[in-house]
Design a protein around this ligand. Structure first.
Ligand SMILES: [Zn+2]
Length: 349
């Protein structure tokens, strides 16, 4: 449903106007991660009338998300619903004229091409460096513009990348830091108003680009501490790009690692009592038969199925969630070998 007045306050802006609005409505944007940054950026972009929003997230809603992830409700955490699915549902209530494509999936070198196919711009709203490095490689190869955002504690940063390199994200951060060296929201906490502010800056850059106002996008990386009232904008020196492995030397090692991630190692999920097991190698795009799996589980415990996953909660509160992309998350343990043996016993393959 739409009304002629829906975008009135936006088209009244001289910098957007009717022409800019039309461009926004014809665009296709991917939001990588539907957490603190993704929910807010997606909400702004949906209300602004972006034509299609691809909402990509691998996780389910948890209680610790509700402090800042403003599209979710308590009932979503209780039911453990998939974030991408809930986000699409809530955004439809705000603007039903937008086309939403929710995807419950991990972004890997194998599927990033499919996930970002036909996309005009991507919002980096992920909570990990591996997706960010992969997105940077993809952006350089296919000239996809994207808006980086990151937030932890009371600070955050935002930067727009045109997809042409010089600079790119690896000029800023040449190698993924060891996970032990990085403060995360799980370890350091995060201020809900800071994530809203950073996501809002990302959405602003996106709207500038989509409406044809590229000249208004800031060039450098903008870092802000919302508690200490500090902000600074730093342009990346050209020398950094000369020595950059990605845009300087053309090594797109994260994107070219196709196949290395599927069938890879189990991953203890940061800050959670959970282990993620990747899709079995060779599973390709084959969707596990979730209904058949749920039927097989029958009497073993509490069984829940949705369009996106099948979940078994065992009497001892261990939970296995098998997603359509073949991943399994085992909750209630941090021991990868225990998770693997549970997977072998209850999922097989
Ligand atoms: Zn670079």
């Amino acid at each position: 449903m739409s009304s002629p007045s829906r975008y009135d306050r936006q088209t009244r802006l001289g910098v957007i106007g009717r022409a800019g609005q039309q461009r926004i409505e014809q665009s296709r944007v991917a939001v990588l991660g539907c957490g603190a940054l993704g929910t807010v950026a997606a909400d702004i972009l949906a209300r602004a009338g972006v034509g299609t929003l691809c909402l990509i997230d691998r996780d389910v809603v948890e209680w610790s998300n509700l402090q800042r992830q403003s599209l979710y409700h308590e009932a979503d955490a209780i039911a453990g619903r998939a974030k991408a699915e809930v986000a699409a549902e809530r955004l439809t209530l705000a603007n039903s004229t937008v086309r939403y494509e929710p995807r419950v999936a991990d972004v890997t070198a194998d599927n990033i091409g499919e996930l970002l196919s036909g996309v005009d711009l991507a919002i980096d709203a992920s909570d990990n460096f591996s997706i960010r490095f992969l997105l940077n490689d993809y952006s350089l190869r296919y000239r996809l513009p994207w808006v980086h955002g990151g937030c932890v504690g009371t600070t955050g940063q935002v930067m727009f990348f045109r997809g042409e390199g010089k600079p790119c994200f690896r000029c800023l951060v040449p190698q993924p830091p060891p996970s032990t060296a990085v403060a995360t929201c799980d370890t350091a906490g995060v201020l809900g108003s800071a994530t809203h502010a950073i996501a809002s800056l990302q959405a602003t850059d996106a709207l500038k680009w989509l409406s044809g106002n590229e000249q208004s996008i800031r060039r450098g990386v903008w870092s802000l501490d919302f508690w200490e009232n500090r902000s600074r904008e730093v342009a990346l020196p050209a020398a950094l790009s000369e020595s950059c492995p990605a845009c300087g030397r053309g090594e797109l090692t994260f994107l070219d690692a196709v196949g290395e991630h599927s069938g890879g190692a189990a991953e203890v999920l940061c800050g959670r009592d959970s282990v993620q097991l990747p899709a079995p190698r060779g599973a390709g795009d084959e969707i596990p038969q979730l209904a058949a799996l749920a039927a097989r589980w029958g009497q073993l415990g509490e069984v829940q199925t949705t369009r996106f996953f099948a979940r078994l909660t065992l009497p001892d509160q261990l939970t296995l969630t098998v997603f359509r992309d073949g991943r399994t998350v085992v909750d209630g343990t941090r021991d990868p070998s225990k998770a693997k043996s549970l997977h072998a016993r209850y999922v097989g393959g």
